[in-house]
Design a binder for this molecule. Sequence first.
Ligand code: PEP
Ligand code: MG
Length: 328
Amino acid sequence: EREQLKAMAGLASVTRDGAAITLHANLELPRELDGARDGGAGGIGLLRTEFLYMNRDDLPGEEEQYEVLRDLVIAMEGRPVTARTLDVGGEKLAGALADRFATPANPALGLRAIRLGLKEPKLLEAQLAAMLRASAHGPLRILVPMISQPSEMRRVRELLRAVARRLVRRGHAIADPLPPLGAMIEIPGAALAADSLASVSDFFAIGTNDLIQYTLAIDRGDEQVAYLYDPLHPAVLRLVQFAVDAARRAKIPVSVCGEMAGDARYAALLLGLGVRELSMAPAHLPLVKRRVRGLDLGEATRRADMIMGQTDGDRIAALLDDFNEALG
Ligand code: PEP
Ligand code: MG
């Protein structure tokens, strides 16, 4: 069985009826890159850059960030790398930043992620500069976490263009055209207004970890309420569907990069909802690929339609179990 799964890395990620499904890896640390390559990842769908800021008293500069990103882009040999801007704040404010901001009463709802980046533009500019310079070495996409409004995307894009002009003046090579700029869809309001965000975004990445947390008001780290943390809650599925449909109408790519994407059981449903790109922890790649290869997309779409017609969470889970059993 393990050998079989290992052999998966070399096989194409296509459904039985011939649809190509992109399977990417989520990385939290550069050293996970080997696992991603062993797993046959078609790219990095989510590079969490928080590691650059952790366990230190100072902030990483542009040069240091550039070198790390450049090495990753080069190591991926032409496969895309999706670098996310800093996603800290609230309870996980990095050491060098912790002193500068008041501890919020509701960290999950406070000054975090892109809100922090736009409040401290120097911080965000250094990140964007490093990403732009790394984009000269291979395909790179820039992903913005915790977007709630189109105005945030517009401001990030303005900053990105300003930083790009500055880099070019300084004689640095950067990708031309500029790298795609994408929004994480992980706030319920962002999912419900995904059509307005699609007009200012080059791609979407749906972050189901936070989307579930905020939709169901369940702290994703709180064991006491973990039993209510349900990816199959109809509210969650409807938000995912809405965001996927908005992306399709706007003709921009959409991926799912929360833990849900790395669970073969849910992956079948996500494909049925129209998702064609999944990004997951490297260890999950083989099992999800096996599910992709065993699945007929027409059948998955029919099953997903049936599931989306349900209002009862238990019924949804039962239908999905049927679906996965049929896949074996
Ligand atoms: C998510 O929220 O689903 C996500 C992928 O981002 P993170 O887990 O880093 O918050
Ligand atoms: Mg998130």
